[in-house]
Design a protein around this ligand. Structure first.
Ligand code: NAD
Length: 392
């Protein structure tokens, strides 16, 4: 059977556009033509395009006119307008995490600690509603680029749940490292919050997804019901002693969060996320079911381990994300993108676009994640009192 050709465009020319472009090169279920890129930073967009032999477009509208699908690889504050513009033109949207959020009140001295979290929740959900409304009126669809859903370990767990009919009693997981490099990340108004949304969204969405899989297998949807959370700003404590290993120049974000979700079947998920963990990225998810137990070591894992006696030996060698030193033993990743689920998510999305395969990670999963996250921020403001989650 001849493969359908899908014309793809990228919005944004930074970090995530780079791994989306790499993953696009590996799609085999459809024939993909990467047409070009639109980036707010036109100079960077041009360099990005030239390096990859694609076109740089002067406006989003110009790009949309020539593609079937766009990758929303821009900061979270720009997700909603970009996604809606594309859906209104009947395009498919592959949207990076988080789907959307609350980005402050526009005041110059906005500070997350003084912000009203009821307004944050309300504003974020209104944004979700507008995106879902645009999707309902579109011939396109929003595919949510939560790579944890497509990480091979999480997809293997999907198979186990489907074939054994397991009931997940408790999921716990974490995403952590020693601090994001992005300048914008210091400001809640630019990212929609701090580590809870920025990193916590990954294990949380994987947990919501696996409960969804369980519900699908037994014929009754299982959704988040309440959330309890605490957030902290450990590196902004007056007593934090900086020894140069952990980023600590944040303006107003949380750098540690713990959230506890109760699902409507009474089972639970506990997610921890932070910017205070040394030793490389720490991404894992553990499923405690009534008939099995699974530990998904997304990163690091022991697929490969290296011992390097002299730091300089590995000067030109990528070892693993956020590792502080290359000397000694390391869980060197032979293919980090693969373990992380980047090529798998893009492959799956192009099968949806070309052949209509139902996506595992869609706008409703993204919406539940946003709803849970901002309910968690409200809970944290109330020192951990449980808050009801509006599930989509
Ligand atoms: N899934 C993951 O593992 C992962 C990893 C990193 C980032 N992300 C997500 O990807 C998104 C982008 O992050 P990044 O690290 O690539 O950021 P980045 O700063 O490296 O790049 C952002 C790019 O978007 C452009 N841009 C900004 N506003 C724009 C607009 N309105 N229209 C067009 N272009 C615009 C900038 O010029 C820049 O080229 C974020 O939502 C982030 O959460 C996901």
């Amino acid at each position: 059977m001849e493969k359908k050709t899908v014309r793809a465009g990228l919005v944004g020319s930074g970090f995530s556009s780079t791994f989306h472009f790499e993953a696009l090169q590996k799609v085999y279920g459809a024939s993909v033509e990467v047409v070009g890129v639109f980036s707010k930073d036109a100079d960077r967009g041009k360099v990005f395009a030239e390096k990859r032999g694609i076109r740089a477009f002067p406006t989003l509208g110009d790009l949309l006119a020539e593609v079937d699908a766009v990758h929303v690889c821009v900061p979270p504050v720009a997700h909603e307008p970009t996604a809606i513009a594309a859906l209104e033109r009947d395009k498919f949207v592959i949207c990076e995490k988080p789907l959307t959020g609350y980005f402050g009140d526009g005041s110059a001295d906005f500070h997350w600690a003084r912000a009203d979290m009821e307004i944050a929740l309300e504003t974020a959900l209104a944004s979700v509603d507008r995106i879902l409304e645009a999707e309902r009126g579109s011939k396109g669809r929003l595919l949510y680029a939560e790579n944890w859903v497509y990480a091979p370990a999480v997809q293997k767990e999907r198979e186990i749940l489907e074939k054994t009919g397991g009931q997940i009693l408790w999921i716990h997981g974490e995403e952590a490292h020693s601090g994001s490099h992005s300048a914008d990340y210091a400001h809640a108004a630019r990212c929609g919050g701090g580590v809870l949304i920025g990193k916590g969204c990954h294990p949380l969405t994987a947990a919501l997804y696996l409960k969804r899989v369980e519900g699908r297998a037994c014929g009754a949807p299982i959704r988040p019901k309440t959330v309890t959370a605490r957030t902290h700003a450990i590196t902004r404590m007056p007593g934090f002693r900086d020894q140069g290993h952990i980023r600590c120049d944040y303006y107003d974000i949380d750098d540690f969060a713990m959230i506890h979700v109760e699902f409507d079947d009474g089972t639970i998920a506990t997610i921890v996320t932070s910017d205070i963990v040394l030793g490389g990225i720490h991404n894992w998810l553990e499923v405690c079911a009534n008939n099995h137990r699974t530990i998904c070591n997304i990163n690091p894992n022991t697929a490969m381990q290296t011992y390097n006696p002299v730091e300089a030996n590995f000067q030109d060698i990528y070892v693993v994300e956020k590792i502080g030193t290359k000397q000694g033993w390391a869980c060197t990743s032979p293919d980090e993108d693969w373990f992380t689920g980047y090529p798998q998510e893009i492959e799956a999305f192009y099968r949806t676009i070309a052949d209509g395969e139902p996506p595992e990670s869609d706008s409703l999963l993204a919406a539940d994640a946003i709803s849970t996250i901002y309910s968690a921020y409200l809970s944290a403001r109330r020192a951990g009192a449980a808050v009801d989650v509006r599930a989509y």
